[in-house]
Design a protein around this ligand. Structure first.
Ligand code: DX5
Ligand code: ZN
Length: 217
């Protein structure tokens, strides 16, 4: 089963409720929520209050991507805001094991992400401890960037290495995904597809339908 997780970074926040209804009606089950702190990444997006208000308008699974330094400081507040899964960056945590444990203890699923310049092998010790690995296919911080092809090798590596250790692991890819390259990331092993600009530029319902067809949903 493949999952589409539209990144709300590209949604029209002026019409958030209307657009969330369009997503839900089009069969979207996951929302990808990008939290940026202006320190780990050179941009600022939104935080817990915004997530909490979106929580009121949809029952979708909240896939929260934390692009923030030392995310362990905020785990409970993201749980309170309605997060179902917290993904933290390998590069942003002083103690990965502790951060993973705290997220689990708070009752959420946990993902671990690596930036394009980070070798994927660093996640090996955590493959049996997390629910999801997120391979970044752009430098995090902005929507609408170009896909970095070396992400394909990383996806293949995660698929191969997790086969015996954690065969149910979710493998997410984020950044620059469009209708042309989505088949490549699926073949490489991704089963959770984040798409921001490709979902929200133009007709949302049509875009989601097109993705779902390509995802085999
Ligand atoms: C980038 C974010 C992405 C972004 C993807 O730092 O993590 O989720 O919104 O946007 P697109 O699909 O437009 O590259
Ligand atoms: Zn993201």
């Amino acid at each position: 089963m493949n999952i589409l997780s539209p990144s709300l970074l590209s949604i029209d926040f002026n019409n958030i409720e209307k657009n969330a209804k369009i997503l839900d009606a089009a069969g979207v089950k996951w929302y990808h929520l990008d939290v940026m702190d202006g320190a780990f990444v050179p941009n600022i997006s939104f935080g817990q209050p915004v997530i909490k208000s979106i929580r009121k308008i949809t029952k979708a699974f909240f896939d929260v991507h934390l692009m923030i330094n030392e995310p362990k400081r905020y785990i409970d507040s993201f749980k309170d805001a309605g997060a179902d899964l917290l993904t933290v960056h390998y590069e942003a945590c002083e103690n990965i094991d502790e951060t993973i444990e705290l997220i689990k203890k708070a009752g959420m699923k946990v993902g671990l992400s690596v930036n394009p310049e980070t070798e994927i092998e660093v996640v090996k010790p955590y493959l049996d401890k997390v629910d999801m690995i997120l391979v970044m296919s752009v430098h995090p911080g902005f929507g609408g960037q170009k896909f970095i092809p070396s992400a394909l090798d990383k996806l293949e590596w995660v698929k191969r290495e997790s086969q015996n250790i954690n065969p149910d692991i979710l493998i997410e890819v984020d950044g620059g995904i469009n209708f042309e390259n989505v088949s490549d990331v699926l073949s490489a092993g991704a089963n959770v597809i984040v798409a921001g600009s490709a979902c929200f530029n133009g007709d949302i319902s049509e875009n989601v339908g097109r993705f779902n067809k390509l995802l085999g949903e």
